[in-house]
Design a binder for this molecule. Structure first.
Ligand SMILES: [Zn+2]
Length: 221
């Protein structure tokens, strides 16, 4: 144990970090692959050591920049859960988001909520604030049909989890008609669901996302 209190030379540290990242690039803070750096779980400045059990791969200079947000916080001080829920109109995103939010005490961020007055700019600004909070606990709803859109949305809010609600088009249309929400007009909502499915790119893993994929279940209908 005592050897881990020694200061490491730069090259020793580099080699050690390269070895850790080669073994796994799964970020210890968000659970996604693509880590580019090695973090001390308990920071050296707060009594942490160089012992392997105190080291973890993290995103530092690459999105979603988890380690920059963590800074010198202790693990218990970095208690973040930001779940990004995406899917077509009518998929059941809102129902799912509120179910999870109620169960886990999370705040729901939905562009459709009145407080944003339909302004994507206001909503995006709120997401930036969310991204900077080490202890944020929230569910964020976006459409995210393409990999790029999902990556952008996840980076914007510093998401730690992603849920794709890929309810089949017929079912989305049925739900849109059934729920009878008229803003935006039903025709536009149905069109949105069609477009989402036309543009949809599956494949979170290729995009470096640990994806939690939920199929529609009876309880969401
Ligand atoms: Zn990360």
């Amino acid at each position: 144990m005592s050897q881990h209190h020694h200061r490491l030379s730069g090259s020793t540290r580099q080699k050690r970090n390269a070895k850790i990242l080669k073994a796994s690039d799964i970020c210890g803070l968000c659970g996604q692959p693509g880590s580019d750096a090695v973090d001390h779980k308990v920071p050296i400045t707060r009594g942490g050591t160089e012992h392997p059990s105190n080291l973890q791969p993290v995103h530092h200079d690459v999105a979603p920049f988890c380690n920059r947000r963590k800074g010198d916080l202790l693990p218990a001080e970095y208690d973040r859960k930001v779940m990004l829920v995406v899917g077509p109109p009518g998929a059941g995103k809102t129902t799912l988001a509120h179910t999870i939010a109620d169960a886990e005490g999370l705040e729901v961020y939905d562009l459709d909520d009145e407080q944003w007055a339909g302004s994507d700019a206001l909503f995006r600004a709120a997401l930036v604030q969310l991204r900077e909070q080490p202890k944020a606990r929230a569910v964020v709803i976006r459409t995210g049909a393409t990999l790029r859109a999902r990556q952008g949305a996840a980076t914007a809010c510093g998401a730690t989890e992603l849920v794709v609600v890929d309810t089949a088009l017929d079912e989305c249309i049925r739900r849109i008609k059934q729920r009878g929400r008229t803003t935006p007009p039903i025709r536009i909502q149905i069109n949105g669901a069609r477009q989402w499915w036309a543009k949809y790119e599956p494949g979170e893993v290729k995009l470096s996302f640990a994806s939690l994929r939920l199929q529609r279940s009876g309880s969401l209908a």
